[in-house]
Unconditional design. Structure first.
Length: 106
């Protein structure tokens, strides 16, 4: 789905029924892809990547979900690191304050 979605992106999916224009994640055996829905015919979904000339046809049962959010893997790692570091700093501050309060009681 380049350029819309980076190839290393983490996808958040909704399990709602796909509509024309949605980006869906499809799993056909060992083959996974995310494409935009161009048509739905009965129990089949016709998809096409934004950078592709050919269409893919898959049964609706192979659609894993509709993409509602995506983030690059690098940004995910940075955000996770910031959150973990913030939690660690808060834990250290809480531990220090608890230790100071305990010493005052003794």
């Amino acid at each position: 789905m380049l350029p819309t979605i980076p190839s290393d992106a983490l996808l958040i999916l909704s399990h709602r029924q796909p509509h024309v224009g949605d980006i869906v994640h499809v799993k056909k055996g060992a083959y996974n892809y995310a494409h935009r829905v161009v048509a739905i015919r009965g129990d089949q979904v016709i998809t096409k990547g934004d950078n592709c000339d050919t269409e893919e046809v898959a049964p609706l049962e192979d659609v894993q979900g509709v993409v509602i959010f995506h983030v690059s893997f690098e940004l995910f790692l940075v955000a996770t690191t910031v959150i973990i570091a913030s939690e660690a700093a808060l834990a250290i501050a809480w531990g220090y304050r608890s230790l100071v309060a305990l010493r005052r009681e003794l």
